[in-house]
Ligand binder design. Structure first.
Ligand code: ADP
Length: 467
């Protein structure tokens, strides 16, 4: 600073002296003025250079400042430092905004930002899918013009955004329902964030839960009402011992129906709540199939005792392989299919049960019957809980409506599937198909021999059909 002042003074002194020597005092005055003007001109020229650099378009601000000396040089250096810092900050802010938008873009929820007038300023890909927004067309459009559901209009008009509103999705159809949960979140000065979530699965699960509770209540109420009727009859009428015995046996049948239902419900909940069966346990298929055969023959005799022709039951020998998994579960799944075949096939019909090895190494159990068959429209829903083709007939035949649901669940837990083919009036084939990873070749004979030696059949196969 002092040095600069000193240089200015020296320059002025020098020009004054230079004027004084040839021209005396007048010359000295002229020399001083000329020196001052030259110094001022120099400063103006430097200032103009700096101003030109500052006024340059944005990219040039990153360029070095003009090489100025003195005060202007220092000002240029400081301005350049300030601009560089601001530029860096602007870049950082832009990057932060970019990653923020990328995060919202990656969100599974739809997000649209609305200005104070409700016009769309920005939206992510999910919102575009949910509402059919298009970037080029719909930016700065009023959201009410694009989301035209009356429920959304009422929601906006009410102004209570503390809860979401449910709207049908863009691709909603009666066969493929799509439900969106949409909520507005106010922020800033009158702005709003529109958030949308696809809750189709949740809504379906909720509807299924409601149906399930209604079905269970209905299934339990029916035998319970019958049971109550019998109890009242027994209480109010003077009945003979034979009549009483008759009523008691009818009551026992209703009670056992309720018991079967509760057992099947527990089975299903156990299947849903437990981890998939390990492949450490080997299942003795031969012993299991013998038990199923005995059970099927006994049921067939019981159901068709009064009829002329009996059902023909054919159980092929099990090939030399076994499965790994949970024996009780598999027993339950197979038994359900065999018992259904007996129940839904009239007297004189044929039921054929066989195991097959598949080309790719898997295995399949097929239960084929010559019963009434099932119309194609029922097939996709047949394994749903409580789904019945003929409600009254199925109940009469004593089923719980959960058998196929259990079989399907068990197959899936073993990596397999339940396959159903049927022709109305011709019969049906219910198959449990298992992947190669569950099939163990050979050893079935030794297993059966060991089980026979133990005197009871395989331990894991013993017991009733409940899992
Ligand atoms: P249910 O206890 O009513 O038999 P399931 O889940 O075992 O319940 O079977 C569901 C429905 O599938 C039955 O009500 C019946 O309408 C149909 N069904 C099952 N097996 C057969 C079959 N072998 N032949 C014809 N219909 C069948």
């Amino acid at each position: 600073m002092f040095l600069r002042l000193f240089l200015v003074l020296v320059t002025l002194l020098a020009t004054t002296l230079a004027g004084w020597l040839p021209g005396g005092w007048l010359g000295a005055w002229g020399g001083a003025m000329a020196g001052a003007l030259a110094l001022a001109g120099l400063q103006v020229w430097r200032g103009m250079r700096l101003n030109r650099w500052l006024a340059a378009p944005d990219p040039d601000i990153g360029a070095p400042p003009p090489p100025l000396r003195g005060l202007w040089g220092e000002a240029a250096w400081r301005a350049s430092k300030l601009l560089r810092r601001e530029r860096r900050q602007a870049q950082e802010n832009a990057q932060r905004l970019q990653s923020f938008l990328q995060a919202i873009q990656a969100s599974p929820s739809g997000v649209a930002l609305l200005d104070a007038d409700g016009r769309i300023e920005w939206f992510n890909q999910t919102a575009a899918e949910h509402f059919g927004f298009q970037p080029g067309r719909d930016l700065l459009q009023h959201v009410g013009n694009l989301v035209r559901d009356p429920a959304f209009a009422t929601y906006c008009a009410d102004g209570d955004f503390s809860r979401p509103v449910k709207l049908p999705g863009r691709h909603n159809t009666p066969t493929h329902p799509v439900t969106l949960s949409v909520q507005l979140h106010p922020y800033g000065e009158g702005r709003k964030l529109l958030q949308s979530t696809d809750i189709t699965t949740l809504a379906q699960a909720e509807a299924m839960r409601r149906d399930f509770v209604a079905n269970v209540s209905h299934e339990i109420r029916t035998p319970l009402t019958v049971l109550m009727g019998f109890v009242e009859t027994l209480q109010s009428l003077p009945l003979s011992a034979r009549e009483q015995a008759n009523y008691l046996s009818l009551m026992a049948a209703q009670a056992s129906r309720m018991q079967m239902l509760v057992e099947d419900l527990l089975t299903l909940s156990r299947l849903e709540g437990s981890p998939p069966p390990s492949d450490a346990e080997r299942v003795d298929l031969q012993a299991m199939m013998h038990q199923c055969e005995d059970e099927a023959r006994a049921l067939s005799r019981m159901l068709h005792a009064s009829e002329d022709s009996a059902q023909e039951l054919v159980f092929d020998a099990v090939p030399d392989f076994s499965l790994t998994g949970a024996a009780k579960e598999l027993r339950s799944a197979i038994s359900n299919l065999v018992v259904n075949a007996v129940r839904y096939t009239p007297a004189g019909g044929r039921i054929h049960v066989r195991w097959l090895r598949l080309n790719e190494g898997g295995a399949r159990l097929e239960v084929t019957d010559s019963g009434a068959g099932i119309a194609p429209e029922h097939l996709p829903r047949l394994a749903e809980r409580f789904y019945r083709v003929d409600r009254s007939r199925a109940r009469e035949s004593g089923g719980t409506g959960l058998g196929l649901a259990i079989s399907k669940h068990v197959a899936q837990r073993h990596g397999g599937e339940l396959l159903i083919t049927s022709k109305l009036g011709k019969g049906s084939c219910f198959a449990l198909q298992f992947p190669a990873s569950r099939v163990v070749l050979g050893g079935a004979q030794e297993m059966a021999a060991r089980a026979t030696a133990a005197g009871t059949g395989s331990d894991s196969d013993r017991g009733d059909a409940s899992v």
